[in-house]
Design a protein around this ligand. Structure first.
Ligand code: DGL
Length: 265
C-alpha cells in the first residue's frame, strides 16, 4: 500500500526512530511531525500533551497515513492507549519495544531509565516491564530535563553534555544496574557521551531498532507494506520554526532534509 507512515515527536528526537525505520523499510514514505511549538513535552501536563498529539493525529489522518509511530516515549506513555480506539490506523509506540530489548539482556532486578519528568512520573515503563517479566523486573527512573534542550540545538558532544550526563547518572550510584534504557527519543543522539560515563558495565538500550521492527511486523500483518519502489521523498512538518528544525535535523542526521513545512492548527 502506497500511503505514507506518520512519525511524530515533540521535536527532533523522533529522528532517531525515523533513521531506523528508513534502514529496514526503505520503500516506505514518511511524514514526520515535530511539535516544535510545544517542545519539550517533559514540562507539560499529560492532558496538555494529549491535546497536542490528538491535533497531530488529526492532521496525519488528513494526509491519509496508513500507520503512525509515536517516536516519543511521553506520547507512548500518556496518549497511546487513549488514541488507538479513536483512529482506524495502527499506532505503534516506543516503550514496549524498548522493554522487550532490555529484557533480553538484563540480569539485575532493575534497569535504569533516563526519560523526561512526565514519562518517569507515569510509571509506564516499570508497569510494562513488570508485566512482561512476570513481576521479576522493573525500572528505576531518572528525569533528565536538560537533555532535550541540548539535542534541540544540535549539541550532542562536549563538556556541557558530559557534565549533564554525569549529574544524571549519579542518581544510580548506589543501585545495582547492568542496563540503561534511553526512555526519550532525543537521548540516542547523546549516546556517545552516555557510553563514556557508563563504561562497559552497562548495556544501553535504544528502543528505535526494535520499534522499526515492530512497525515492519504490523505493516506485514495488516498487508500495508509498500511493495513498489518508493520514489517520493519524505515530508517534514513542524508546528514552529521550520528553519531551526531543518538546521538541527541536518546536524543530527548528517544530511540536509530539505524544506520543512510549517503546519499550524
Ligand atoms: N522525544 C520525546 C520522548 O521520547 C519528548 C521529549 C520532550 O519533549 O520532553 O519522550
Amino acid at each position: 500500500m502506497n500511503a505514507p507512515i506518520g512519525v511524530l515527536d515533540s521535536g527532533v528526537g523522533g529522528l532517531s526512530v525515523l533513521k531506523e525505520i528508513k534502514n529496514i523499510l526503505p520503500n516506505e514514505h514518511i511524514i514526520y511531525f515535530g511539535d516544535t511549538a510545544n517542545v519539550p513535552y517533559g514540562s507539560k501536563s499529560p492532558s496538555q500533551i494529549r491535546l497536542f498529539v490528538f491535533e497531530i493525529l488529526k492532521y496525519l489522518k488528513s494526509q491519509n497515513v496508513k500507520a503512525v509511530v509515536f517516536a516519543c516515549n511521553t506520547s507512548s506513555a500518556v496518549v497511546l492507549d487513549k488514541a488507538q480506539p479513536c483512529f482506524d490506523f495502527p499506532i505503534i509506540g516506543v516503550i514496549k519495544p524498548g522493554i522487550k530489548e532490555a529484557l533480553k539482556v538484563m540480569k539485575t532486578e532493575k534497569a535504569g531509565l533516563f526519560a523526561n519528568n512526565v514519562t518517569v512520573e507515569s510509571g509506564v515503563h516499570d508497569k510494562i516491564m513488570s508485566e512482561m517479566s512476570g513481576g521479576k523486573h522493573g525500572v528505576i527512573g531518572k528525569a533528565c530535563p536538560d537533555f532535550v534542550s541540548l539535542v534541540e540545538i544540535g549539541l550532542t558532544k562536549g563538556a556541557e553534555v558530559e557534565r549533564c550526563v554525569n549529574k544524571y547518572f549519579s542518581a544510580f550510584d548506589n543501585v545495582d544496574l547492568d542496563t540503561l534504557i534511553l526512555g526519550c527519543t532525543h537521548y540516542p543522539f547523546l549516546e556517545e557521551e552516555i557510553k563514556k560515563v557508563c563504561k562497559d558495565k552497562i548495556t544501553i538500550i535504544n528502543p528505535a531498532k526494535e520499534t522499526a521492527k515492530e512497525l515492519a511486523k504490523i505493516l506485514k500483518e495488516n498487508k500495508l507494506e509498500n511493495k513498489s519502489e518508493n520514489k517520493e521523498s519524505d515530508i517534514y512538518c513542524v508546528s514552529a520554526e521550520p528553519e531551526k528544525f531543518r538546521n538541527t535535523a541536518s546536524i543530527l542526521l548528517g544530511r540536509d532534509i530539505g524544506e520543512v513545512k510549517l503546519v499550524i492548527f
